[in-house]
Design a protein around this ligand. Structure first.
Ligand code: ATP
Ligand code: MG
Length: 647
């Protein structure tokens, strides 16, 4: 079939066109925010397909599922068929592992499950409990060490030696216990997904050859945020016979160095892939000039960067200055945002055109309260999927613990006794609980245990496919809603998450007819916060600045532009980290198309009273000619409403 290239090649600048129509050999597109990098990646994939490259021969990796989904949809519109292998690093690797993990010979099978950060911490907590010499260490601390080691392709021991840690021996044992338990539970953590694929490619030449012959074209968006492991993985994935790697990125938007991202990867591209063609895109197609001036001026304060300015491709009609709003308190902040959202909505802008960003998750609570009070629909995301997981993988002890905690009736001691008994019989505790003669043998332990066992058995008997049906059944059965209310103070948000999981399952089922619950869960576990965002629903989106990368919204609010939030309190002593915070702020501002509002509060309520707050040091760096300043303070009767009404 001949695919016409008219649509694929329209509305592209000359530079974009040269990047889109590039065929063989390495290419790097390095350009500022909103200059069309992601558009280039999407169009290039469509172009390759129009040049009779099989979609299955293309592998394109991004950092969020949402970005991947959007790319797939756009490619689908252009060429009728979206390649399957457009996904996040993690989801592409999860798919490889499903096919090849057994070649590692470490006991894990293709039905492996993925532990998310909470699971990982729960497992580490167990490992720490078994190692008294590590008293006082938190699971989060060890999780961070393990992740840092994996994402820099080192062992935890190597890191501890490099940094001369004190209790390295005991921590090493905990790390080993963690790895062993992951293996025996047929589980991997997020970093393992990439690490194990890299290991397969390195150690199994036959698999490497299959992959090299299979994927002729490799594309990576947001290359500035690749960590060492991702970088190594990419080098292993590229077939050295043609070096067909196409990377796009912007060093000013590197915001994940705390997770090992290293933007020197982008600087070293030419060294790694000699003869690489470099394309620079100069124009910004997203934001109005005031927004661009504010962002450019801010980022020019970073010493460690290559200077470039953001120039609008076409001048905006009647551009809005960036709003800098100083509010009396965190409540005023929420109120101001809610009122502004309401005004914009009443002026005909759907809620989905608006986003509220903040630096830390805990800031979302007061913002949520304000939106709820104003009856503004919003999305903010978390996750609950233990029930379904347990069903697929009975060895998943973490899920069993969580389910027991949600459901009630069985305490940790009883659970430990059940586990002990299961271990003696060489089976998982959940499997033992599901056995028909369990009640017979455990009746002395009381009705609650029997009730729990009975409940486990029913869960186990629910169907596994089709996916939509299976998830709905698990959902109804587990009476999620009730327990979700119990545990967290934010019922609406939790309910939406659950609804989200059902919707996802139905979508998934439509696209993957053959798939069962297990495949679905492997994908769902990879859905980071931002990925659950459904742009089709008309709601405002709340997210952290880190999640905002790659997205764009006509109206952007950044809350808490204050010292200790932005820059974050933990970064203040380190100039490099301050530069990263500035990049993060830059990423937030450059998401906005028409209007950006920056808010800072003079005081915030805390559990022990009100704390006065200082505006962020970054505010002093902004060009005042592109900004309008406002005060909004409900505690001060001379200021509030009149100021607000002016808008
Ligand atoms: P970021 O650095 O934030 O990821 P980006 O460089 O990937 O940004 P895109 O998201 O691809 O930029 O493009 C930004 C906006 O500009 C999008 O809305 C896109 O559709 C639009 N755009 C890009 N190129 C053109 C063009 N040649 N003509 C018109 N609009 C364009
Ligand atoms: Mg992009």
């Amino acid at each position: 079939m001949n695919i016409p290239t008219d649509d694929i090649l329209k509305n592209l600048t000359e530079d974009q066109l040269s990047a889109v129509t590039h065929l063989d050999g390495p290419m790097l597109v390095v350009a500022g925010a909103g200059s069309g990098k992601t558009r280039v990646v999407t169009r290039r994939i469509a172009y390759l397909i129009s040049q009779r490259i099989w979609p299955s021969q293309i592998l394109a990796m991004t950092f969020t599922n949402r970005a991947a989904r959007e790319m797939q949809e756009r490619i689908g519109r252009l060429v009728g068929e979206a390649p399957r292998n457009v996904g996040t690093f993690h989801s592409c690797c999860a798919r490889f592992l499903r096919q090849y993990i057994e070649a590692l010979d470490d006991g894990r099978t293709k039905d492996y499950i993925i532990f998310d950060t909470d699971d990982q911490k729960a497992l580490l907590k167990q490992c720490l409990n078994d190692h008294p010499a590590t008293t006082g260490l938190s699971p989060g601390f060890i999780a961070e060490l393990i992740s840092r080691a994996k994402s820099s392709c080192l062992t935890p021991q190597e890191i501890m030696t490099q940094e001369a840690w004190d209790n390295a021996e005991a921590i090493h044992e905990v790390c080993q216990a963690y790895e062993n338990r992951l293996r025996t539970q047929n589980a991997v953590d997020f970093d393992d997904l990439l690490l194990l694929v890299a290991r397969l490619l390195r150690e199994r030449p036959a698999i490497r050859e299959i992959i090299h012959n299979h994927f002729r074209y490799l594309l990576v968006d947001e290359y500035q945020d690749t960590n060492h492991l991702q970088y190594e993985l990419l080098k292993l994935l590229v077939n050295p016979a043609n070096n067909n790697i196409h990377a796009t990125g912007d060093p000013d938007q590197c915001i994940y160095s705390w997770r090992g991202a290293d933007y020197s990867n982008i600087m070293n591209f030419e060294k790694d892939f000699p003869n690489a063609v470099i394309v620079r895109l100069e124009k910004n197609f997203r934001s109005s000039e005031h927004i661009l001036n504010v962002a450019s001026t801010l980022i020019s304060n970073n010493l460690n960067r290559i200077d470039k300015t953001l120039v609008p491709a076409v001048p905006t009609e009647n551009p809005q200055k960036v709003r800098l709003v100083t509010v009396g308190s965190d409540r005023d902040e929420g109120l101001w945002i809610a009122r502004r959202i309401r005004t914009l909505y009443l002026n005909g802008n759907p809620y989905r055109t608006m986003a509220v960003f903040y630096r830390t998750n805990r800031q979302s609570r007061t913002l949520e309260e304000a939106l709820v009070r104003a009856s503004i629909p919003y999305q903010i995301i978390g996750g609950l999927r233990f029930y379904a997981r347990l069903k697929v993988n009975p060895a998943d002890r973490i899920s069993l613990e969580r389910v027991a905690a949600y459901r009630g009736g069985v305490g940790p001691k009883t659970l430990a006794a059940i586990e002990q008994c299961a271990r003696e019989q060489g089976m998982a505790a959940f499997t033992l609980l599901c056995q028909h003669d369990f009640a017979q043998r455990w009746k002395k332990k009381g009705a609650k245990v029997l009730d729990f066992a009975n409940w486990c058995r029913q869960l186990n008997d629910l169907p596994c496919a089709p996916v939509g049906h299976a998830v709905a059944a698990v959902h109804d059965f587990a009476d999620f809603t009730h327990h979700a209310y119990d545990r967290d103070g934010t019922p609406e948000a939790r309910l939406e998450n659950l609804q989200e999981m059902l919707t996802n399952a139905v979508h998934y089922e439509r696209d993957h007819e053959e798939a069962g619950l297990n495949e679905f869960l492997q994908e769902v576990a990879l859905v980071a916060d931002v990925d659950a965002h459904d742009p089709d629903r008309d709601t405002v989106v709340l997210m952290t600045l880190h999640c905002a990368k790659g997205l764009e919204f006509p109206y952007v609010f950044i809350a808490g532009v204050e010292e200790d939030f932005l820059p974050h309190a933990n970064t203040i002593a380190d100039p490099d980290q301050i530069e990263e915070e500035r990049r993060l702020f830059f990423v937030g501002i450059t998401r906005g198309r028409e209007e950006v509002a920056l808010l800072n509060a003079r005081a915030r309520a805390n559990w022990d009273g009100d704390w006065s707050r200082q505006p962020s040091r970054f505010i002093r760096e902004l060009p005042m000619e592109d900004i309008v300043r406002t005060d909004f303070n409900l505690n001060n009767p001379t200021l509030p409403r009149s100021t607000f009404r002016r808008w």
